[in-house]
Ligand binder design. Structure first.
Ligand SMILES: Cc1ncc(COP(=O)(O)O)c(C=O)c1O
Length: 319
């Protein structure tokens, strides 16, 4: 089996953001979107230890969950092809007339797809329910591998949760954060988008004098702080800390929603900063960073935007 590749060096660039307008700040961007053409941003780091684990425990198959435009499913399909691990994507929704571009790609990378309805999909984090359904899904998608249904083999099938925010995912992100923090000796503010909170948890678990500002892209997530804390607790042994906080109010209607005003702003910022932005994750966090800079919220001279990649998912918004 090919080895899981090592982490690339982070690409860090200055951001030409009209310094006069934003007073005392110097802006930078970590180009997570350039980490790999197919496994970009946080996905590279979230998947690294998951795939190493699959290899080490000799799992026949990796299974995960996602919607039709999921960055995670896309990245997992590409990464598992790189290391030659068979992959099964359990996809939310059964009504599609045609495959999304994301799922077309995933299938072309070799991932097999199982569609389930939205009601069933709600149980995606319930291990008992997954255990009940797994043999069926495998039987339907990999009919040539009936040996995988033998109990001893089935037990080795590895499940990665939606978005890849498990313990192994957070550990991978912590490494990314440590690599980045080393490039900024003076206390610095970091801004990044937050979905499940796994990426923020990883960044907060690397030791540094820095400050983290997480921008939720989903509306009203009362459990988010608890989720980040829960993920932190799981990894906490021998970990450091970087203080973090959430800055709400930049959801633009919620996950996958956006306004014409947001799109216009992103076009403007993309051109000024020469940086590709999409309206689901990086775009909302970028707008938040500029707004928070205007409000002089950041306590440091240097402000760093973490581009978490995921540009492929924006193809869905064009439809
Ligand atoms: C491109 C991109 N950025 C940010 C996030 C949010 O990461 P997390 O769910 O770890 O908070 C995601 C979702 O995984 C994503 O696809």
């Amino acid at each position: 089996m090919p080895a899981v590749p090592t982490n690339p060096a982070p690409v860090i660039q200055p951001l030409p953001l009209g310094l006069a307008e934003h007073g005392r700040y110097r802006f930078w961007v970590v180009r997570g979107d350039l980490v790999h053409p197919l496994v970009s941003g946080n996905k590279w780091y979230k998947l690294k230890y998951n795939l190493l684990h699959v290899q080490r425990q000799n799992s026949p198959l990796v299974v995960s969950f996602g919607g039709p435009w999921s960055n995670h499913i896309h990245a997992l399909a590409a990464a598992s092809r790189m290391v030659k691990i068979p992959a099964l994507g359990v996809i939310r929704g059964t009504w599609y007339k045609e495959l999304s571009a994301t799922l077309e790609d995933a299938r072309a990378f070799g991932m097999r797809l199982q569609f389930i309805d939205k009601q069933q999909y709600r149980q995606r984090d319930d291990p008992d329910w997954i255990a009940e359904r797994l043999a069926d899904w495998i039987g339907q998608t990999f009919p040539e591998h009936s040996s995988w249904l033998e109990p001893a083999v089935l037990r080795k099938v590895f499940i990665v949760p939606e978005g890849g925010s498990n313990l192994l995912g957070v550990q991978g992100v912590r490494e990314w954060a440590a690599q980045i923090y080393r490039q900024f000796p003076a206390p610095t503010s970091f801004v990044l988008p937050v979905g499940s909170g796994g990426t923020l948890a990883g960044f907060s678990l690397a030791n540094s004098p820095h400050r983290l500002f997480g921008i939720p892209v989903l509306k009203a997530m009362p459990g988010l702080v608890t989720s980040v804390e829960a993920l932190r607790d799981k990894v906490a042994m021998k970990s450091g800390t970087t203080p973090w906080q959430l800055k709400e109010g930049f959801e633009f209607g919620g996950y996958g929603h956006y306004t014409d005003a947001l799109v216009a702003l992103l076009k403007d910022y993309s051109a000024t900063a020469n940086l590709p932005l999409e309206p689901v994750y990086s775009g909302k966090a970028f707008v938040a960073m500029v707004e928070l800079a205007k409000q002089k919220v950041f306590p440091t001279e240097d402000v760093v935007f973490i581009h978490t990649g995921g540009l492929q998912g924006a193809r869905g918004l064009l439809q």
